[in-house]
Design a protein around this ligand. Structure first.
Ligand code: RFL
Ligand code: PHB
Length: 394
């Protein structure tokens, strides 16, 4: 069997690409390791840049997003129990949007389902070969049986642990990685909003973040060690620590039922090239950022915007000029996103071994940010996101 485009992974990157290609009549097949319920239930990102929202709308899958999203004109910043609002909309004319990644994925998979598109769930890809041949080969496991398929192109949208990047021989592309001695303990809570916008808080005991999913569901995080034991964090301990790090006189953090607890170690990783022969890497398969910048999903959508534009141009106009620039354009954008996420992580977290001088300088940097309009404008531009180099013709 041969398909024009074989996509590995039905997360946001793979499902959005499959949907956009389908809109232009370009056939693809999506291989997904896990079940549909698992993919839809994975709680991850929450904050979308305006360009990511616009891509969903342009692709015709933005209806529920527009109805249910929570637009935020800026963010609040906490500095050792003082609160400061940065008004992105006033500074640069746009804010950010809260809409859960699980909702994005549900909307995309439902759209694909609605047109009978081929998404093969519980069908892991075990290898990719012939990257530089006339056609590329995908090996996958269906019902315990190993099978192969060929394609014009493979898109590795299978996340950090996927099979696509692993199929590249050692030295085939250059990669960079940094692990941090930090993790985020995340909770999902049934409660009303304590603040109208996300609240990023620097505190001598460690970073904390108050975010949300809907007016009745809140998402909160605490900086912990990357090997923290979740069992040691009772609900009461979590709430008390959040109060300590987020609280201020005259404001109350509204508590509620915690219905999920998770732990995410922080990591930075990226590939210097996002193409290897006939295989393109997109989203978390090509780059991981610590969540402090809220950039993972947004960078994935930026990749897919350019890649889908390139594939559409290739198949409808017999012109590969965008496709040939994909890797360069994607890496140029991603390296800046990496820089912002890394710098933001350094800004807000307390790293083990730092002394009072270093912590006081971190505090001074944030004090400068909340009082200087030029610094705020730069922060607002980076937080709300860089432009997409190309948009698919839809
Ligand atoms: P995904 O979502 O990991 O999807 C990859 C899919 O590939 C499948 N797969 C395979 N399928 C077939 N064969 C194989 N061999 C396979 N191996 C894997 C997997 O099952 C999966 O379904 O990658 P994708 O699509 O590139 O999407 C990236 C985003 O998920 C990620 O960047 C964001 O969630 C990151 N992120 C955030 N991003 C934002 O833009 N804004 C945020 O506010 C934000 N908050 C976050 C985050 C990530 C977090 N964690 C847990 C890492 C908050 C957290 C805590
Ligand atoms: C979230 O709502 O999950 C969220 C918000 C901001 C971040 C990371 C995650 O930087």
């Amino acid at each position: 069997m041969h398909v024009p485009v074989a996509i590995i992974g039905a997360g946001p990157s793979g499902s959005l690409l499959a949907w956009i290609l389908r809109q232009r009549g370009i056939e693809s097949i999506v291989f997904e390791n896990r079940s549909r319920a698992y993919v839809e239930g994975r709680i991850r990102a929450g904050v979308m840049e305006q360009n990511a929202v616009d891509l969903m709308i342009r692709a015709g899958v933005g209806e529920r997003l527009q109805k249910e999203c929570m637009y935020q004109p800026g963010v609040e910043i906490g500095i050792n129990n003082t609160h400061h609002f940065i008004d992105f909309e006033k500074l640069i004319g746009i804010g950010v949007t809260v809409y859960g990644q699980s909702e994005v994925t549900k909307d995309l998979l439902a759209a694909l389902d609605g047109v009978g598109h081929n998404v093969l769930y519980e069908t892991p890809v075990t290898g990719v070969s012939d990257h530089h041949g006339d056609k590329i080969t995908v090996t996958y496991e269906e019902g315990g049986v190993e099978k192969t398929m060929t394609a014009d192109f493979v898109v590795g949208a299978d996340g950090y642990h996927g099979a696509s990047r692993k199929s590249i021989p050692d030295g085939g592309i250059k990669m960079h990685e940094k692990t941090y001695p930090l993790g985020w303990l995340g909770i999902m809570v049934k409660a009303k909003q304590s603040k109208p916008t996300a609240f990023f808080s620097f505190h001598d005991r460690g970073f904390a973040l108050l975010s949300m999913r809907t007016p009745d569901i809140q998402r909160l995080y605490l900086q912990v060690a990357n090997d923290e034991n979740l069992d040691e964090w009772s609900d009461d301990r979590i709430w008390d620590e959040l109060d300590t790090r987020l609280g201020t006189e005259g404001w109350e953090l509204i508590r509620g039922e915690i219905f999920q607890k998770d732990l995410a170690p922080l990591r930075s990783f990226f590939c210097e090239e996002q193409r290897y022969g006939r295989m393109f890497l997109a989203g978390d398969a090509a780059h991981i950022v610590p969540p402090t910048g809220a950039k993972g999903l947004n960078s994935a959508f930026a990749d897919i915007s350019v890649l889908s534009a390139g594939l559409i141009q290739h198949y409808t106009k017999d012109d590969s000029s965008i496709l040939d620039q994909y890797s360069k354009l994607a890496v140029e954008r991603n390296v800046q996103t990496q820089r912002f996420s890394w710098a933001n992580t350094a800004k807000y977290h307390i790293f083990p071994g730092t002394n009072s001088f270093e912590r006081r300088m971190q505090q001074a940097e944030l004090e400068y940010l909340v009082t200087d309009e030029t610094a705020q404008t730069s922060y607002a531009k980076q937080h709300t996101g860089l432009p997409f180099a190309y948009w698919p013709e839809l």
